[in-house]
Design a protein around this ligand. Sequence first.
Ligand code: NAD
Length: 266
Amino acid sequence: MGTLDGQVVVFTGAGAGIGRSVVTRFVGEGAKVVAVDISEHVTELADELGHAVLPIVADIATWGGNVVAAQAALDTWGTIDVFVGNAGITDGARPLEDIPGDRLPEAFDQLFGVNVLAPMLGVRACIDALIESHGSIILTGSFASTQAGGGGALYTASKHAVHGLVRQLAFELAPDVRVNGVAPGVAPTRLRGIDALGQTSADSVLDGTERALPTQQIAPVSAYDGVFTMLASRADSAAMTGSMVTVDSGLSIRGIGKPGGRVDIG
Ligand SMILES: NC(=O)c1ccc[n+]([C@@H]2O[C@H](COP(=O)([O-])OP(=O)(O)OC[C@H]3O[C@@H](n4cnc5c(N)ncnc54)[C@H](O)[C@@H]3O)[C@@H](O)[C@H]2O)c1
């Protein structure tokens, strides 16, 4: 018996990083997952995990991409219990003053298209099924959902918006659907950048980051699996809605003089 036995999940940003790790855990816990990503790498999940995963290559910043994903879950397994809006892109922590003004509208549209519009589209596409199943929604926020300096102005504003979306949707959908978020701090992945700014992808972990963390180490991507699993579980998070769970290696309790009370800074 797994924690998520029989649960049907639509999961975006499943092809790499945190999402790929969480999907692997979900399947191990008995879930069936429509795994959505713009990257073809998502198709590898079917080879790795078998029939419990249905990979879909789609751009989730479009309405059509989300409809295809939701319909695939309904056609294949007849229901949707959990929607996870996890796909995201970064601005590479580019300060606003370094973004040419004439590129800013397109850069905004691209980053907000993936980080903010896409989870709205995904929820909208799954909403009838989620209400019927009394299911739940999980959105991936960030340390940047509540703090400055975890990204540039575009990324930080977008992740603050995700926090607002979690709270508003939790209100709108109560009591039928629970809505929560996960706010990671630093995970060793390569997030895509903004095409309009000529960015490709970049390491999410900057040199020296581990020394700034109270935990003094970069946790592996699998460190987020348990929190997503808990939030997807009807039994383990029945009393949670509207919560953004911080999983930030202690970033938000860092000290001024040193990251943690017992950290030796020499
Ligand atoms: N890595 C970190 O340090 C960190 C910190 C805080 C928050 N996050 C958040 O975690 C989430 C997962 O990021 P990750 O670090 O695992 O990065 P990642 O790049 O490894 O995973 C993100 C996935 O989203 C996919 N994606 C991007 N645009 C898409 C689109 N338009 N349509 C469909 N799929 C698309 C990518 O192809 C990729 O597979 C993101 O929301 C990110 O903002 C990451």
